[in-house]
Write a protein that binds this ligand. Sequence first.
Ligand SMILES: Cc1cc2nc3c(=O)[nH]c(=O)nc-3n(C[C@H](O)[C@H](O)[C@H](O)COP(=O)(O)O)c2cc1C
Length: 312
Amino acid sequence: MKIYLAPMEGVVDHYMRDLLTTTGGYTYCVTEFVRVVDRLLPAKVFRRICPELNTGGKTAAGIPVILQLLGSEPQVMADNAARAVELGAPGIDINFGCPSKTVNRSQGGAVLLKEPQRLYDIVAAVRQAVPAAIPVSAKIRLGFDNTDLAEDNALAVQSASADFITVHARTRKDGYQAPARWEWLAKLKQCLDIPMVANGDINSVEDYQRCIDISGCKDVMLGRGAVARPDLARQIQHYQRDMTCEPIEWDEIRLMLQGMASELQENIKDRYILPRIKQWLVYLRKEYQEAHECFEMVRPMKSYSELSACFK
Ligand SMILES: Cc1cc2nc3c(=O)[nH]c(=O)nc-3n(C[C@H](O)[C@H](O)[C@H](O)COP(=O)(O)O)c2cc1C
């Protein structure tokens, strides 16, 4: 069983990847998307989104970080994939799920799910441009407005020789609303030979068990649940091996928040630190009562210097 940490733009950056993979349980991470339009991007763009390229393509805990590309021109996507691999990316994932209107207007992300042939062309071009030893995958939703092309899209990804496919069990129209449609994952899995990674609404060990029961998938990708519960992957791995694992306590989370704040302080402008901490607390408060209290303390704060008091 493999557990992937989901790409989440603006939320799961390399700081978060480091914290969560150090907590344990993950097999791979996927970066936020690198937007590819009409040219080969400079190395610094790849290194900004994926600083792990400077450390062998792995997080501090040694977990490989697959680089995600978003774009629609097969040759340009292929050239950028080849460059990412030259820079050290251990895998390439292609984003066919982004619901953003701006991205979709310029023919990127979920809008491509309306045209399976384009998925095929992009994945095939990337696969050919990248050495065989480097996995190429695609992350799709069930469709754009509806699920009519779900099978065609999944088969297009497979025919283009992707190594695996991740399916976020919602259409673009569904947005992020619960529940994810895990029963659709089972339908797609039946028509595929390549491994399929199940994604959407796996927020607990119980969700994981239900999702694999319904979908028939072995591998899962954790998104918002991973940010809300930093030890979710570790819990799932222990559960899978019939081992018990004490859930992480708030004190440890508090240290992680503190660690994140001081990392950010060293690396980004002060005014961006509080919004990041507040954002994480919004996720954490779904799981931890203490995060509510902490969020209420942090909410009125205006500067980073006020923050340290609430972690004491
Ligand atoms: C804030 C946010 C940012 C996201 N950014 C990306 C992204 O860059 N690339 C991508 O493929 N999916 C992205 N996603 C989708 C997630 O990877 C995942 O498919 C989705 O959240 C469903 O999984 P979950 O229910 O476990 O969160 C994003 C989701 C959220 C909420």
